[in-house]
Design a protein around this ligand. Structure first.
Ligand code: TYM
Length: 336
């Protein structure tokens, strides 16, 4: 790790194949920021356990997510890539931070409230504690910045609060991190219900584009995207479906919103949907190909994650020892 660079941390859950939302809101930025920062990217497998999962599937999805990170352009030679569960310090720091977190503030988190409704038969402590584990992820590495989509902003604010609370109580220890949220693409909406965010755990497959969808599927999903009946390609709060498609097109091409509006002025929705579908399909085709290639070389992926866990573990344990000392946990003197 280069010491003159600031540190960046981010993660995604292996809860399904990442969507176009995950890519445009987060992973695309991860790739772009690799030269500017010391980057650490984790696969948040412990977070995934807060919802019931098929164990075999969780294992497969975790490996697949690692392959996808690399296929999207995250370079294991530049950035540290690892599984959260391979570095026990994440769970250990969570315990310490739990002693500073209040049930009231955790119960107010939007994601907790949404997931409690969605999984009413399994509202477990982990679901409530989810943002504290996320705070531990970030604070262990002294991350200065955290690239995320809008939906994780509230969790980052809690992370900042916990860091400040700890620093005030036990003296300056944690870096208080800042979010990096993209100007376009920070909240990609569902293709079937543009009032809701695009999510990899949505039971309706037509609502999201997964990074492993083939060209035909991507185009079909865009053709079926829900839009209004006004037929004018204009970005506006009262046209959430078409505005979402304009956002997607702009985020993928790197053009701004008004450029996209101008380019398609006077064209019909049908034509625009096909253009968006083709543009997205072309952007993700290499990711799909590379992911499948990487998944056929499990030894390589295992090696990447082992190296990553060694590097991350070293950094995380340094922070954890400091924290244990500051809170007053006894450790025997080492013989010189
Ligand atoms: P996850 O797996 O839900 O999403 C990964 C990243 O993708 C962003 N994202 C979106 N961006 C735009 N539009 C969307 N529709 C969309 N859906 C998701 C998310 O904001 C996120 O940046 N709790 C996290 C994982 C995590 C983490 C962390 C993130 C664990 N520890 C520490 C940052 C730092 C999560 O479930 O992300």
């Amino acid at each position: 790790m280069q010491t003159d660079k600031k540190t960046l941390f981010s993660a995604a859950q292996p809860s399904g194949v990442p969507t176009l939302g995950n890519y445009l809101g987060a992973i695309k930025n991860w790739v772009m920021l690799q030269d500017e920062y010391n980057c650490i990217y984790s696969i948040a497998d412990l977070h995934c356990l807060t919802v019931r999962r098929e164990p075999k599937e969780l294992r497969a999805k975790s490996l697949e997510l690692l392959a996808l990170y690399i296929a999207c352009g995250v370079d294991p030679e530049k950035s540290c890539l690892f599984m959260q569960s391979h570095v026990p310090a994440h769970a250990e720091l969570t315990w310490i931070l739990n002693t500073l977190a209040y049930p009231g503030e955790l119960g107010r988190m939007t994601q907790f409230k949404d997931k409690s409704k969605k999984h009413a038969d399994n509202v477990n402590m982990g679901l409530m504690d989810y943002p504290v584990l996320m705070a531990a992820d970030i604070l262990l590495y002294g991350a200065d910045v955290v690239p995320i989509g809008v939906d994780q902003k509230q969790h980052l604010e809690l992370t900042r609060d916990l860091a400040i609370r700890f620093n005030n109580r036990y003296s300056e220890t944690f870096v208080v991190p800042e979010p990096i949220i993209p100007g376009i693409g920070a909240k990609i909406m569902s293709l079937q219900d543009p009032e809701r965010k695009m999510s990899k755990s949505d039971p309706n497959e037509n609502s999201y584009v997964s990074l492993l969808d083939d060209e035909e599927t991507v185009i079909r999903k865009f053709k079926r995207a829900v839009t209004d009946s006004d037929n004018s390609i204009r970005f506006s709060a009262d046209k959430p479906g078409i505005s979402n498609l304009i956002t997607i097109y702009s985020a993928v091409t790197g053009e701004n919103i008004s450029c996209t509006e101008e380019k398609f002025a006077g064209k019909g929705y049908g034509e625009f949907k096909i253009a968006v579908g083709e543009t997205v399909a072309a952007a993700i085709a290499p990711v799909r190909k590379k992911t499948l290639e990487l998944l056929s070389d499990k030894a390589y992926l295992d090696e990447v994650m082992k190296n990553g866990a060694d590097r991350a573990g070293y950094l995380a344990n340094k922070t954890l020892s400091k924290v244990y000392r500051k809170v007053g946990l006894y450790s025997p003197e080492r013989k010189k």
